[in-house]
Design a protein around this ligand. Structure first.
Ligand code: HEM
Ligand SMILES: *[C@@H]1O[C@H](CO)[C@@H](O)[C@H](O)[C@H]1NC(C)=O
Ligand SMILES: *[C@@H]1O[C@H](CO)[C@@H](O)[C@H](O)[C@H]1NC(C)=O
Length: 328
């Protein structure tokens, strides 16, 4: 009884002093008491969305990436434009491209019904990214939680900080470094391109005029380029869709790296992992030959990416609608 009382007092002291007695860190058990159903709710709606549309898993995984690279993992990407917000949805990397927002809305509505104003939209994105990886056959991991949602967005950040598909390897490495992510994180996380689609406009340059000399990208297999050209002509067809991994497009596996070894990566930013430096090429070869190591590194790097500058404690808010800030 006495021990129980001591434990209770200690727990109360901790919980009133700060939600993060260990110093602003995220915690996988964050919702254990406040919303024990949270993870189950997210998993079931992601599972249902993936069943209805297999591409949705890829789209949800990408949303977490595009969230974390802009002002940290704070759900800034989910805000619609309003008097005070210029939405990141209009940025170059997101426009006509980022998708899955309706699924996030559905998850958030279910969470609000179960535990009002408790689970952040930023945590929804982190959980949905993990669950999307699992439903497509990839690794699982424990998701640290307790992120809070931003009070604003940054379209400039979205335009500048998310790497572009025609960036050079040094530029891409710099943009990852800016988030505290290293070369292993880069090569492992790009394995996400084992699922999902890209539009013609994201790789057209490679098919016709890669460096401005009127020639295609010589690091793209000519046979693969010939197959891509009819659906991605010199002009028109910008929005036509292609699989990032044409071999197993709906399966989260290490086929992406095998494609790179065959010079069949779809984006220039994919193929430069092999052609751009010995260090990244070594990792491509490692992951192509060993899926278990790829899965291990991917899971570890997803946790690392999910830890980029979260809002914790009294910062930000828990949005009740992921598309807008509460006081507005
Ligand atoms: C150098 C870094 C990266 C670049 C340049 C890049 C670029 C792109 C581009 C251009 C697309 C196609 C967009 C379109 O045409 O509509 C795409 C799709 C995708 N990206 Fe990345 N990406 C990068 C890193 C990542 C990371 C770190 C993740 C996840 C952790 C990721 C996940 C995805 C997924 C899953 C898709 C498919 C989305 C869908 O089908 O809706 N990417 N990426
Ligand atoms: C990359 O693509 C963008 C948009 O299509 C284009 O404006 C830019 O010139 C390209 N950069 C390089 C180095 O090719
Ligand atoms: C290739 O691009 C360069 C510079 O972007 C341009 O001047 C040239 O006309 C293009 N060549 C062809 C064949 O499209």
């Amino acid at each position: 009884m006495a021990m129980f009382a001591v434990a209770l007092v200690a727990a109360l002291l901790f919980s009133v002093s700060s939600a993060f007695p260990w110093g602003g860190q995220l915690d996988p058990h964050f919702y254990d008491h406040s919303c024990p159903q949270a993870q189950q709710i997210v998993a079931s709606i992601v599972g249902k969305a993936h069943y209805h549309e297999p591409r949705m898993a890829a789209s949800l995984l990408r949303l977490h990436f595009h969230d974390c690279f802009v002002k940290g993992c704070d759900a800034s990407i989910l805000l619609d434009s309003s008097a005070s917000v210029t939405s990141e949805k209009r940025s170059i990397p997101n426009k006509d491209s980022a998708r899955g927002f309706e699924v996030v809305d559905e998850i958030k509505a279910a969470l609000e019904a179960a535990c009002p104003r408790t689970v952040s939209c930023a945590d929804v994105l982190a959980l949905a990214a993990r669950d999307s990886t699992v439903v497509t056959g990839g690794p699982g991991w424990i998701v640290p939680l307790g992120r809070r949602d931003s009070l604003g967005a940054s379209i400039q950040g979205s335009n500048n900080d998310i790497p572009a598909p025609n960036n050079t390897l040094p530029t891409i490495i710099t943009k990852f470094k800016l988030q505290g992510l290293d070369i292993v994180d880069l090569v492992a996380l790009l394995g996400s391109h084992t699922i999902g689609n890209a539009r013609c406009t994201s790789f057209r340059q490679r098919l016709y005029n890669q460096t401005g000399n009127g020639l295609p990208d010589f690091t793209l297999d000519p046979a693969a380029a010939a197959i891509l050209r009819p659906g991605c002509p010199r002009s028109g067809g910008d929005q036509n869709l292609f699989f990032l991994d044409h071999v197993t497009p709906f399966k989260f596996d290490n086929q992406y790296y095998k494609n790179l070894l065959l010079r069949q990566g779809l984006l220039s930013s994919d193929e430069v992992l092999l052609t751009g430096s010995p260090a990244t090429a070594g990792l491509v070869k490692l992951y192509a030959s060993n899926q278990a190591i790829f899965f291990q590194h991917f899971a570890r790097s997803m946790v690392k990416m999910g830890n980029v500058s979260p809002l914790t404690g009294g910062k930000g808010e828990i949005r009740s609608n992921c598309r807008r800030i509460n006081r507005n």
